[in-house]
Design a protein around this ligand. Structure first.
Ligand SMILES: [Zn+2]
Length: 49
């Protein structure tokens, strides 16, 4: 297991971690893409309802 920082699948830019409603999201500042782990996405969807 390595611990290198996640990179945007779209443009390969290093992503920043942001927190929304207690859920950590990887955000690409270049293309404004949001990338979530599967569990994180489910949490956000539940909170959004
Ligand atoms: Zn990107």
């Amino acid at each position: 297991m390595d611990s290198k920082k996640p990179r945007c699948p779209k443009c390969s830019t290093e992503m920043s971690k942001i927190t929304r409603h207690g859920v950590t999201i990887d955000k690409c500042m270049k293309c404004k893409g949001l990338w979530l782990d599967k569990g994180e996405m489910e949490k956000l969807l539940k909170l959004g309802k």
